[in-house]
Design a protein around this ligand. Structure first.
Ligand code: 13P
Length: 257
């Protein structure tokens, strides 16, 4: 983390978990535990259908609500899809774009990720853009090239003043939901490389201001070590964000004075 130049953001990605009732129970449980995180922003990205209620339930907490996806078009015949503007209007602040599960199961490509980034920015949302390599790609030694490509493709056509509103999440696919976390060094190294790519494209001032998260089996135990890396400015947390006590411990790790 480097709070002098950029925001630290701890974001939960609930994926396809929690009913409305469970969402309310989570809010009630986390409220007394959370306090007022001073140094970091806290976000929960929840299933579409629970967003309006979640915004009400978490209103008196410091938790902002995010979505897990959006469509890239502004309207039209796309059955089952939701636009960035719809999200903005109900009070969403962040939207995850290009999560590896969406790339893997719903055929999202770097091209659609880029279109979604533009749509989200246009609607006034903060995109959380996910990039990450598979185990095979890491073993082939092409992690750096692949991540650089994903970042460049996601940011194509994005203006410098817009990049400051983007969060980039480095999520190695082999670490997601596997209990296998990247070491702090591995996470720090790739996040540093991501910042170098942003620096090349937009210059040092913009690169310094961009929040870069790590995601992949981040939990209450390993959060502090990962966040101690200078280029790891927060986390995108799956499993551990479903348990109020665990999630609060991660927030606390990011909130040390
Ligand atoms: P886990 O924390 O469950 O590994 O999930 C990480 C993730 O995919 C966050 O987007």
């Amino acid at each position: 983390m480097n709070r002098r130049y950029r925001k630290t953001i701890i974001a939960g990605n609930w994926k396809m978990n929690k009913t409305l009732t469970e969402t309310r129970a989570f809010a009630d449980e986390i409220r007394p535990l959370l306090g007022k995180p001073k140094w970091c922003e806290v976000v929960l990205c929840v299933p579409y259908v629970n967003i309006p209620a979640a915004i009400r339930y978490f209103k008196d907490t410091r938790i902002a609500i995010g979505a897990e996806n959006c469509h890239y078009e502004a309207s039209g015949a796309y059955t089952g899809e939701v636009t960035a503007e719809m999200l903005k209007e109900v009070g969403v602040k962040y939207v995850i774009i290009g999560h590896s599960e969406r790339r893997q199961y719903y055929n999202e490509t770097d091209f659609t990720v880029n279109k979604k980034v533009h749509a989200a920015l246009e609607a006034g949302l903060h995109p959380i853009v996910c990039v990450g390599e598979s185990l095979e790609q890491r073993e082939l030694g092409i992690t750096s090239e692949l991540i650089a490509y994903q970042v460049k493709a996601a940011l194509a056509g994005v203006a410098a003043e817009q990049v400051r509103r983007i969060v980039i999440a480095y999520e190695p696919i082999w670490a997601i939901g596997t209990g296998k976390t990247a070491t702090a060094e591995q996470a720090g190294e790739v996040c540093e490389e991501i910042r170098a790519v942003v620096r090349k494209l937009y210059g040092a001032r913009v690169a310094r201001a961009v929040t870069i998260q790590y995601g992949g089996s981040m939990n209450a135990k390993n959060a502090a070590e990962l966040l101690a890396q200078p280029d790891v400015d927060g986390g995108l947390i799956g499993g551990a964000s479903l348990k109020p006590a665990d999630f609060v411990q991660i927030v606390n790790a990011a909130n040390q004075e």
